[in-house]
Design a protein around this ligand. Sequence first.
Ligand SMILES: Cc1cc2nc3c(=O)[nH]c(=O)nc-3n(C[C@H](O)[C@H](O)[C@H](O)COP(=O)(O)O)c2cc1C
Ligand SMILES: Nc1ncnc2c1ncn2[C@@H]1O[C@H](COP(=O)(O)OP(=O)(O)OP(=O)(O)O)[C@@H](O)[C@H]1O
Length: 321
Amino acid sequence: MTLRLHRDVDGPCLAPEGSIVAIGAFDGLHLGHQTILDEVRRRAEARGLVPAVITFEPLPRAFFSKEPVPRLSGVREKAEGMGAAGIRELLSLRFDEALTAMSAEDFVRRVIVGRLAAREVWVGEDFRFGHRRGGDFALLQSMGAELGFTAHAVPPVIVDGERVSSSKVRTLLGESRFAEAARLLGRPFVIDGHVEHGQQLGRTLGYPTANIHLSERVSPVQGIFAVRIGVGDGPCSWPGVASLGFRPTVNEVREPLLEAHLFDFSGDLYGQRIGVEFVRKLRDEAKFDGLDALTAQMRQDEIAARQALGMNPILASETHG
Ligand SMILES: Cc1cc2nc3c(=O)[nH]c(=O)nc-3n(C[C@H](O)[C@H](O)[C@H](O)COP(=O)(O)O)c2cc1C
Ligand SMILES: Nc1ncnc2c1ncn2[C@@H]1O[C@H](COP(=O)(O)OP(=O)(O)OP(=O)(O)O)[C@@H](O)[C@H]1O
């Protein structure tokens, strides 16, 4: 069953037979999100209704913030994750001035009922929505009684004594605490994308890299990392070293670039989709005085990454000796 994506507040009803709906930003699809989506899928199956999600792009937090808000998942990854979780209708509303001006009551009538004919609405206990966060769980309950749906709150999903949230995962990743972030996500943190052509300079330095342009997507991590790479749908198992940043030394870029060097690999990855799993941060990106100094540092990075990944660092001198 494939996922259908819609962007408009108004339009025809997407589930005339009735739907089970979850609402939220859903960046990263962490364990709290997964709990809600599981309920939606289970309830939709049990009642023969359509499993649906209302989400927002850009993220509401990013719309209101003066600072850039790092993203855990791209728009495409988020939709794919929803599809994999069994969601069939994804109403990804444009989060703009018009939407923030809409009252909570209007949101219930026009979107939850008008667009999705909701029979059940699932949210976290503390969920707020509508103009100035005027709507809450109690409003969903009272309006639902009138408009033909029930409201359900999932109890907070707690890990290590704290409520799981996208913000918490962003903070952990910013501090390179990858193992803890993975516990909240229910899987390791991975950035994926299509490999694009670089300057081909990496080859001559002894470090060819698969490059992924992050464009406007703000990354929660920056620097040089020990990583594991997956190609296509395969698991992230190929060891390597990666740089995520602007590479100030040569051909500085304006938008962040993820460059992954796979150890002992000699295939062509251009055009393929790869996933990069972050295992350990090695250092911050630096501006070097010329290519020799950069290459010497990359060699140190390779040795450190091999060690971090539990490999024999001696191999490094055999490969690039
Ligand atoms: C392990 C690793 C570490 C890197 N560290 C830095 C760095 O600290 N500063 C920098 O300017 N570029 C850094 N880079 C980026 C290189 O400048 C870039 O890979 C090289 O210029 C090749 O570019 P190309 O892929 O366009 O050919 C690093 C790349 C790798 C793979
Ligand atoms: N740990 C959790 N336990 C239960 N429900 C949650 C949890 N985290 C989020 N939810 C619920 O999942 C839906 C989507 O969450 P949303 O992405 O909006 O919040 P979040 O993960 O706390 O993100 P942020 O930290 O950016 O506010 C909402 O209904 C929210 O209440």
